[in-house]
Design a binder for this molecule. Structure first.
Ligand code: SAH
Ligand code: F3S
Length: 504
């Protein structure tokens, strides 16, 4: 009988891609996607370890699935990804009903491991080597890259896809668990990346986002010739049928002039650069071991602004990092007030076992202070974001239509291909735009006249056609700051676009 899978994904785009690949592999073995976890033969959680909160969410989900497992002992429960690598046996100690613990470097084994468990082979833990105490080569080998065939059914939308440029990270910022759970930085060959893009475009993909922990550190050496990210962008830009190319996340020190020029000169590359600053003070950046000063960050930003005056630059910030004083926090506030970020993802520091900060620096900023600083920084960013968005009122923007707006998704009615719904899409500079239009436009590029702006989104009307269809007072904005870059929660199957399909 056909087996059915339910998979829940939290964390970043890497995890979304990993889930897509796991689903693709299992579907090739005859598995189907369940429509509810209660109907599934296997329930998987693809996990994140970047902050404690992300782990707590999974441990409470495991508590809930325990009840299901008690009713149906044959149910296979799997914990995949970063938390599996970080907690290993601890997961089975805390939740002995878990059958599979599989790190990000072992995901290719999932089909075999599930088959073993179903055949009565008992629980399995498969993880990579720790980053201490082994040769780099051996550690790197234990994190196998996993990028076989793709599966559009599992992507947030079928016309957008992620492609990995490299796995792992070697920067070892003092607060960050990623180098420990995702292993050493390993680049994929440019030919492999371009071939994957070509295949995705042939399947109808219009937008590709290259992903790497530090995507702009990409280097591939092939017999003396080095390919950089800018070289990859040149090759991808030449693909017929592809509309847009994005890349995340950038490391400030590796924002070189060749890359900035590629973004300026290649028509398909989006004018959107996520370059996390993390903090505004040199002392804190030093404690964080980020490897640059704020002066160097501003110099980089100056080069970006000069070449790309319209580009959207976004950042991440950590508030309440070890020893952060009021005066140090003020420097971050100043940076947000003056640097003109389109938006910032703001996080309260969460100590992560295994990191340098966890071992050497006390987590001494009280929780209520972290909360207050988070609020203040978000408030400052909101003012900057609103002012930035208001500059778009009265302009015409090309938007890639992504699907129903949150409002209409919640209504859960399918208006059909010609039915008008409230849709959402993004500009070349990654701004969210909300507008009313027929749902058959999902997956297409459409010109929108921008009529109004909120801090986190723009709204408008389809240019030349529907201009009078929407009364101004019906314009709505998302009221939540964007969190989708890191706080993705995807329940299987595709949840964000419902039954909407792009036109063939
Ligand atoms: N280079 C990666 C970073 C992953 S972590 C990428 O963006 O793809 C994403 C963000 O989470 C970081 O930029 C940082 O701002 C935040 N972060 C990382 N570790 C954290 C911690 N221990 N506590 C709070 N925030 C953290
Ligand atoms: Fe983390 Fe710093 Fe790498 S934030 S992913 S260690 S660049």
């Amino acid at each position: 009988m056909t087996k059915r899978l339910w998979i829940e994904t939290v964390g970043c785009q890497m995890n979304v891609l990993d889930s897509e690949l796991v689903v693709a592999a299992l579907r090739r073995q005859g598995w189907e996607m369940a429509t509810a976890s209660a109907e599934a033969d296997a329930v998987f959680y693809n996990t994140c370890s970047v902050r404690q909160h992300a782990e707590d969410k999974i441990y409470s989900a495991l508590g809930r699935v325990r009840i299901e497992k008690a009713k149906r002992p044959g149910l296979v429960v799997g914990v995949l990804g970063c938390m599996a690598q970080k907690d290993q046996e601890l997961i089975r100690k805390r939740a002995p009903w878990v059958d599979l613990v599989v790190g990000p470097g072992q995901l290719h084994q999932v089909p075999t491991l599930v088959a073993d468990v179903l055949a009565g082979g008992g629980p399995r833990i498969e993880v990579s080597l720790e980053r201490k105490g082994h040769a780099r080569e051996a550690i790197a080998r234990s994190f196998e890259s996993y990028d076989p065939d793709r599966d559009p059914a599992m992507r947030p939308t079928p016309f957008q896809a992620f492609i990995r440029t490299q796995t792992g990270c070697d920067k070892f910022c003092a607060f960050c668990v990623v180098p420990h759970v995702r292993g050493p930085e390993q680049a994929r060959a440019p030919d492999t990346i371009v071939a994957e893009a070509r295949k995705l475009v042939a399947e109808g993909c219009r937008e590709i986002t290259l992903i790497g922990q530090t995507v702009n550190s990409y280097r591939w050496n092939d017999g003396g010739r080095t390919s950089r990210l800018s070289d990859l962008l040149v090759r991808l830009d030449a693909l017929d049928g592809l509309d847009r190319i994005k890349f995340v996340t950038n490391y400030p020190r590796d924002m070189t002039d060749d890359l900035i020029a590629a973004v300026r000169d290649l028509p398909k590359v989006c004018h959107y650069l996520h370059v996390p600053a993390q903090h505004g003070s040199d002392a804190v950046l030093g404690r964080m071991k980020r490897g640059y000063t704020i002066g160097e960050y501003m110099e980089m930003l100056g080069r970006v602004r000069e070449a790309l005056p319209q580009a959207a630059v976004t950042s991440d910030f950590i508030v309440g990092f070890c020893g952060e004083t009021d005066a140090e926090f003020e420097t971050t506030l100043d940076l947000v007030r003056t640097a003109g970020f389109k938006n910032s993802f703001i996080f309260k520091y969460s100590p992560r076992p295994g990191t340098k900060a966890y071992d050497r620096l006390p987590d001494d900023v009280p929780e209520d202070v972290k909360k207050e600083r988070n609020r203040l920084l978000l408030e400052a960013q909101e003012d900057v974001s609103l002012a930035g968005n208001q500059r778009f009122i009265g302009t015409r923007q090309q938007v890639l239509v992504e699907g129903l707006s949150t409002r209409d998704e919640k209504r859960a009615v399918d208006p059909g291909p010609d039915g008008i719904a409230q849709l959402t899409g993004r500009t070349m500079c990654d701004r969210i735009v909300v507008f009313d239009a027929p749902t058959r436009l999902v997956g297409r590029l459409v010109d929108i006249d921008i009529l109004a702006a909120g801090a986190w989104s723009l709204s408008g009307v389809v240019a030349d056609g529907l201009a009078n269809a929407v009364p101004l007072d019906s314009l709505t904005f998302s009221t939540e700051p964007p969190a989708e870059l890191y706080d993705i929660t995807l329940n299987s199957p595709r949840s964000s676009t419902g039954s909407l399909k792009p036109e063939a």
